[in-house]
Ligand binder design. Sequence first.
Ligand code: SF4
Length: 266
Amino acid sequence: MQGRIHSLESFGTVDGPGTRYVVFVQGCPMRCKYCHNPDTWEMNAGQLMEPDYIIEQYERNKAFYNGGGLTVTGGEPLMQLDFLIDLFTKAKAKDIHTCIDTSGIAFNPNNPELMAKFDKLMPLTDLVMLDIKHIDPEKHLELTGQPNDGILAFASYLNEKNVDMWIRHVIVPGLTDDDEYLYKLGYFIGQFQNLKALDALPYHTMGKSKYEKLGMDYKLADTPAMSQKDLLVKKQVILNGIKDRRAEESMPHEDFEVLDNSYVKD
Ligand code: SF4
């Protein structure tokens, strides 16, 4: 099953553990105001590619991926479930560590046909990096143009399926940095045993020039970048929520990693 691919990166270092071969898929139904890859939005653009080709490319440099693996990001990978199932089946046959970097938007527990595909994909997936853009339904809709109920249900589903999960959250001044919601986010994800890491990322303004190049309007033109200092404070608020939830559920507090990434990502 061919995938619709935006681009490939041979040595990714910010898309999961270790050095990774990174597949950027084409197509995303979200419209995050801070998205730095608007060129991945269009569903019918990109290049069609066979999973075999991607595995071949991986194998060429496989010595470099020791402790790393293969990540599919985007765009939105879960919009191409058949391709992912095919690609990951081939990857697991070669014992390659597989990771999906996703917003979770394609998940819908009320669609049995879709769920059958998710059920097939999960045993082939070693790690899901789930980017929760906003914990509040209305603010999520405002920020991304899409609801977040399916996304939050996806986190619960991953926990049920015992798939390791990293939670990512981009902290944007004035948009996603409200302490009330950061605490709620922490409190929500604190319930999940499959939570292996928290990756709070600082908003940066480097996407602006991409919008200019594409002749698109950048909605956050006046929003400043998030400073490292403020990021640490905000990250602590999320951690407080996790800690409180884990205390309530009698779960260990320190069984997940807090990633300390100064890198920037959308
Ligand atoms: S940030 Fe990710 S989920 Fe949001 S619009 Fe961009 S590609 Fe889609």
